[in-house]
Ligand binder design. Structure first.
Ligand code: VGL
Ligand code: ZN
Length: 198
């Protein structure tokens, strides 16, 4: 059995002071660093949007941040501008140890489609390539940590479980945005998909 640690979006914009700050987002960084050596593979993901991305409220007329709009692929929360390619906000938290990473995967670069999941864009069809990477390396058991529990960790964990990976979430090494019941809904969906929490 080969294990991978999947570290979701531990980036400045999701930490206190960032554009889409997750409460306590920075508290998980040293704990994540401490467990990296326990896995056969470490993957880091990076939310990586072009300026003017369609998931930004600023790209839509009269849309407030955190409102929901209908996209061709379904409902989409409109976020404050965040994780713009090459910006300080898109950089990893300065204390995150990136040296053990075998793979860094970026997502959300398609201007027309958001990508919460590390596996598929929000159309649930366009792959990021991570599935192929993990399978070709024989990595079957995934531990998920990072930000945010109710969005990118949630979608990544559910997609991974549906793809047949064994998926565990270390809840002490995640933090949530928790807006409009999103954390409760995410926990239910992850549990229903067969994700284990520790
Ligand atoms: C995320 C909202 C928008 C996340 C990314 O990493 O959970 N959330 N983009
Ligand atoms: Zn994003």
């Amino acid at each position: 059995m080969m294990t991978a640690l999947i570290v979701i979006d531990v980036q400045n914009d999701f930490c206190p002071g960032g554009a889409l700050a997750v409460p306590g987002g920075d508290e998980i960084v040293t704990g994540i660093n401490d467990i990296m050596s326990q896995y056969d593979c470490v993957v880091l993901t990076q939310d990586w949007h072009p300026a003017g991305h369609s998931s930004f409220a600023s790209s839509h007329d009269n849309a407030a941040p955190m409102s929901v709009t209908e996209m061709p692929y379904g409902p989409q929360v409109l976020w404050p501008d965040h994780c713009i390619q090459g910006s300080q906000g898109a950089a990893f938290h300065p204390q995150l140890n990136t040296n053990p990473a075998d793979m860094i995967i970026r997502k959300g670069y398609n201007p027309a489609i958001d990508s919460y999941s590390a596996f598929f864009e929000n159309d649930h069809k366009t792959p990021t390539g991570l599935e192929g990477y993990l399978r070709t390396r024989g990595l079957s058991d995934l531990m998920m940590v990072g930000l945010a529990t109710d969005f990118c960790v949630h979608y990544s964990a559910v997609d991974a479980a549906k793809l047949g990976f064994t998926v565990t979430v270390r809840t002490d090494l995640t933090r949530a945005i928790d807006f409009d019941g999103s954390l409760d809904a995410a926990q239910t969906e992850m549990r229903n998909a067969g994700v284990t929490f520790i």
